[in-house]
Design a protein around this ligand. Structure first.
Ligand code: HEM
Length: 254
């Protein structure tokens, strides 16, 4: 049936994996570009603020760049003194504007399916890796689970095998549970222009936008790991001091 069970996402190597892994700001900037130019047409990111784009441990755009991006969007504000809502250009303090006014409008534009909000999507769910959910939940949790899946999903569109009957409006995808997804293949080779020489391939776009989504879901990963490392060093030094103090204090006792 082309079922999902032999289509587990491959584990990829991510810059932010492992105890010392950190985000690659250049990759996050590329991923943001893919998100902005492609995914944001359908997916919201309600917990992303324009100012987040400048933060340490993130894509680290300059403030001027983030302001410029914000200014490209019209934000509904108000009410003003006469009680009316009005439109104004976005500011750093605004959150990312949603593509649809509400879930019903989003569903209506997507054949009844709701494009999920991106804010915590990379971490929010226990994505199927081909095992029953309870096994996945209990034993196969690793931090890059969601990004491996999202990369696989974006690169997993294919012609449906002859024995699969696609429902109207659905696409075949090797990695989507059940293999029939309402999201049309969102991205193709060459679609987003990169200025840093990175390959303009679906594979690269998928990695970059997944990394960006990981950052949205885990914006403090870098600082958490850095502090964790400092704590370890501190504890090692402290242990040494305590050991020698103990030896000194007890040196005359035998
Ligand atoms: C679902 C990612 C672009 C419409 C999803 C899911 C992810 C995702 C991770 C959840 C899949 C799951 O539930 O397992 C992306 C990325 C995009 C992108 C990274 C940009 C590269 C788009 C676009 C559209 C769209 C442009 C609209 C034309 C949808 C819909 C669903 C969905 C309708 C729900 C699918 C279903 O439940 O069958 N997307 N998406 N997406 N996306 Fe996208």
């Amino acid at each position: 049936e082309g079922g999902g069970h032999d289509n587990r996402p491959h584990r990829l190597s991510w810059s932010f994996a492992g105890p010392f892994g950190m985000y690659d700001p250049a990759q996050l900037q590329r991923g943001f570009k893919v998100f902005k130019e492609v995914c944001a047409a359908c997916h919201s990111a309600n917990y992303l603020y324009f100012r987040n784009l400048t933060q340490e441990g993130g894509p680290r755009f300059t403030e001027a760049q983030a302001k410029q991006v914000a200014g490209e969007y019209q934000i509904t504000d108000g009410p003003n003194d006469s009680g009316d809502m009005f439109q104004r250009p976005g500011r750093l303090s605004d959150h990312w504007p949603a593509p649809f006014p509400n879930d019903n409008a989003a569903r209506a534009a997507n054949g009844g399916a709701l494009p999920p909000d991106f804010s915590v999507l990379a971490k929010a769910r226990s994505y199927h890796v081909g095992f029953p959910g309870f096994i996945t939940d209990a034993f196969i949790q690793y931090q890059e689970h969601g990004v491996d899946y999202i990369h696989a999903l974006l690169t997993g569109y294919a012609d449906a095998p002859a024995d699969v009957h696609l429902q109207p409006g659905l696409q075949y995808n090797k990695y989507f549970p059940g293999n029939q997804i309402a999201m049309p293949k969102p991205i193709s080779d060459g679609q987003v222009e990169y200025t840093d020489g990175a390959p303009q391939t679906v594979d690269q776009y998928a990695s970059d936008v997944s990394a960006f989504m990981m950052w949205m879901a885990e914006p403090h990963l870098d600082s958490r790991k850095r502090i964790g490392f400092q704590v370890m060093i501190f504890l090692i030094v402290l242990s040494g001091l305590l050991y020698f103090t103990k030896k000194k204090i007890w040196s005359k006792v035998d």
